[in-house]
Design a protein around this ligand. Sequence first.
Ligand SMILES: Cc1ncc(COP(=O)(O)O)c(C=O)c1O
Length: 368
Amino acid sequence: MIPVNAPLLGERERELVLESLASTWISGRGKYVSAFEEAFAAYCGARFGVTTPTGTTALHLALAALGIGPGDEVIMPALTIISCAFAITYTGARPVLVDSEPETGNLDWTRLEGAITPRTRAIMPVHLYGHPLDLDPLLEIAHRHGLAVVEDAAEAHGALYRGRPVGGIGTAGCFSFYANKLVTTGEGGMVVTSDPQLADHARRLRDLAHTRERRFVHDEIGFNYQMTNLQAAMGLAQLERIDDSIALKRRMAAQYAEGLSGVPGLILPIEAPWVRSVYWMYAVRLDRGARCSRDQAMARLHERGVDTRTFFVPMHWQPVFLQRGWFTDEQYPVAEALSQTGFYLPSGLAITPEEIEQVCEAVRAVLT
Ligand SMILES: Cc1ncc(COP(=O)(O)O)c(C=O)c1O
């Protein structure tokens, strides 16, 4: 079976992880943690990085450090991973949803102002599947309304928006380093920002919020959200090769685009002229012209040894929120359609050109 997203790990990862093991600095302090924070933040064009155990906790930490809490609202896309909505919920704030734009699935900024209320404190745009969202108009709206922008760049390490790396553009940016990401630490995450106060607050909250004056005295509710030195060592080794990883993903996308062009009913991902996408996942969709449904196509690809995944399920269809009476009468037709027709082809960094060829052949066999 060709896996949907397998990581690429090498000698350098082994070397640095073993070095950190030998140093006996295995917990949340140690030279690799600060080295990884500095190097990754710099890569994103941000001044500070605060590592976390996961991308989900990075999102939570960023919101908490911004002081977002009960009574507040945070705007987010209807179509994304549930981590975004959960992170907002952990703070006591309410997620408010906005539909997607059809081509990339990213939050449709033209609908943003309709979702802003006096309670809105922040916007959480997501750079879905490695394709940057159109940030300039969103930032302009956020600025006009005095709102923070927490970029969820968990799927878009190294993606460029008008030449600038995503994650480093908004008030804060959040990353995941889960095994299928462009930089992995097994599990892991980071908040990056150029705001020194925000970085400082995030770091204090992450480390149990000891007061500056006295350790073991606490004047706000903190978390223990530390990444281990072992993970950071791996992150640093992964970061050294990020440009190769991005080049690999882009070659994969080019090969898929060529191998899959003209398949009836199959819609391939776009790359807007003002971005560099990193194709975290090669995300395709079926339209009415396809020979079979998305689920049938996935089942038939599975029979041919090709593993795939569906797009996310929109937030307003999640039982956990409907049970709370949230989003009950809301509809987001673009997000709904994407969720029902989209799936990812194998896109891991470890995929070979021969495997991509096999996937293309299987897709052609299933859909033509
Ligand atoms: C867009 C997005 N945000 C947040 C996350 C959460 O990251 P993690 O799985 O590290 O908690 C993910 C994870 O896959 C993601 O794809």
